[in-house]
Design a protein around this ligand. Structure first.
Ligand SMILES: *Cc1c(COP(=O)(O)O)cnc(C)c1O
Length: 431
């Protein structure tokens, strides 16, 4: 597989872009080598600028659910673009998109659109602090909620990958009110809430973790978290930026019935353009400007293109409800990979929900970030490069989840498993 053009592009990018990328995990820092420079994508496949095709399990880190360049969405965006790119004024589709999201997530009584998950999480926490009059927030180790200062403490894939527990440039004073608990440990949460009685504004959580690999909540964990938060007067913020409209029509809250006070969405709701949202209980949301004293604004918030792209995407998802099919495919992949690994004596645990999945090279089911970090990262790097060389594009980090789209077919999964077996064979031969 010739990647000369990609290699030259990486050199040129490095001259002008920091690290040659605009988001750290893309740099391949966790796996070594140069990143692919992609030229186009169609359906389940992406193509690099050398013309090599790859089956894509990155899907823009979960943002694309209908495959690359879905014709109906692209056509809609092109049409809307002809009427103007951005106005800085209300448009009809913003309301339609909010209504559409509400039909799936009725707990989002009032919404606000922003441009990124980072902004949405940051604003949700500001609201929670204003609403409760409390300063402290709790997050789980390994969960990622964007790169706002107050959240850059043990923050998932990018941070874990680079071994930075908290970023430089974040004053201690800014994170002194950020408390950490392990994921999947309600006893630890109970203790922290009791220790800081009356001080905790909110707990923010990924209801299924996707930013530290794929980590499923234990049975009853999310319900226990909700109960503890309400006992202690802290708000529960469900960060469904990754899981929203990917694991189900709606999000994890529609699967578990654990309804957070505030919900954060992103990725899929923009259909591939920059769009995110926060929403939830009306009495909390009404504290946002212009109704209340909590400030938040954005020049391009709810811009016509991103809104049209998201609305068209959700309309298609509502009509086709592909989640059972997505779940069957990810299960086929994770079950198949687990069986093959067992056959070859390679420690692997894999899990999936709807259109997202994850695998760790470690023998036992992973429940928290410590266990994720204890997985075999060296083996992951070999796996990653072996699969890439055979035309399968996984995320370049052992701490990212994997994603499929409605364009992925059973034959794609089966050919992935065949190539995985080839990797296991070479592994056996070289040991
Ligand atoms: C991706 C992600 C974010 C950040 O969203 P951006 O749009 O990248 O700022 C926040 N929370 C979760 C759970 C995410 O997966």
């Amino acid at each position: 597989m010739n990647r000369d053009k990609s290699r030259r592009a990486a050199v040129a990018a490095g001259q002008v872009l920091v690290g040659g990328v605009n988001s750290p995990v893309r740099s391949f820092a966790a796996v070594g080598g140069e990143p692919l420079c992609l030229g186009r994508g169609q359906g389940a496949y992406v193509e690099d600028i050398d013309g090599n095709r790859y089956l894509d399990y990155v899907c823009s880190y979960g943002a694309t659910l209908l495959g690359h360049a879905p014709a109906a969405v692209v056509e809609c965006v092109a049409q809307v673009a002809r009427d103007g790119l951005t106005f800085g004024a209300p448009t009809v589709r913003e309301t339609q998109l909010a209504e559409k999201i509400q039909t799936a997530l009725p707990a989002m009584q009032k919404l606000r659109f922003v441009n990124s998950g980072t902004e949405a999480c940051m604003t949700a926490l500001r609201l929670a602090r204003a609403y409760t009059g409390r300063n402290k927030i709790i997050k789980c180790r390994g969960c990622y909620h964007g790169h706002a200062d107050l959240l850059l403490v043990q923050a998932g894939s990018g941070a874990l990958t680079h071994g930075v527990a908290s970023s430089a440039g974040v004053p201690a004073a800014v994170v002194q009110d950020t408390l950490l608990v392990p994921y999947n440990d309600s006893a630890a949460l109970a203790q922290v809430l009791a220790q800081h009685e009356g001080e905790v504004a909110a707990l923010i959580i990924e209801p299924i973790v996707g930013n530290c690999g794929f980590i499923r909540p234990r049975d009853g964990y999310l319900a226990a978290v909700q109960e503890l938060c309400s006992q202690h007067g802290a708000l529960l913020i469900g960060d469904e930026v990754m899981t929203g409209f990917r694991v189900a029509w709606g999000g994890v809250q529609t699967l578990t019935g654990v309804i957070p006070d505030l919900t954060v969405l992103g990725k899929v709701i923009g259909g591939g353009l920059p769009l995110a949202a926060l929403g939830g209980r009306e009495d909390i949301m009404q504290m946002l400007a212009p109704c209340g004293p909590v400030y938040q604004a954005g020049t391009l918030s709810g811009n016509p293109l991103a809104v049209a792209c998201g609305l068209k995407t959700l309309e298609i998802l509502e009509r086709t409800r592909p989640y059972a099919q997505l779940g069957a495919l990810t299960q086929r992949l994770t079950r198949g990979a687990t069986m093959l690994a067992q056959e070859y004596g390679v420690p692997l645990t894999a899990d999936a929900e709807g259109g997202m999945f994850g695998l760790f090279f470690t023998p036992a089911r992973v429940y928290d970030s410590g266990q994720a970090q204890a997985s075999d990262q060296h083996l992951f790097r070999r796996f990653f490069h072996a699969m890439l060389a055979r035309g399968v594009n996984f995320s370049p980090s052992p701490f990212e989840a994997g994603f499929i789209s409605t364009a992925h077919q059973e034959t794609d999964i089966d050919s992935t498993l065949q190539r995985f077996e080839l990797f296991l064979q070479t592994l056996a031969e070289t040991q």
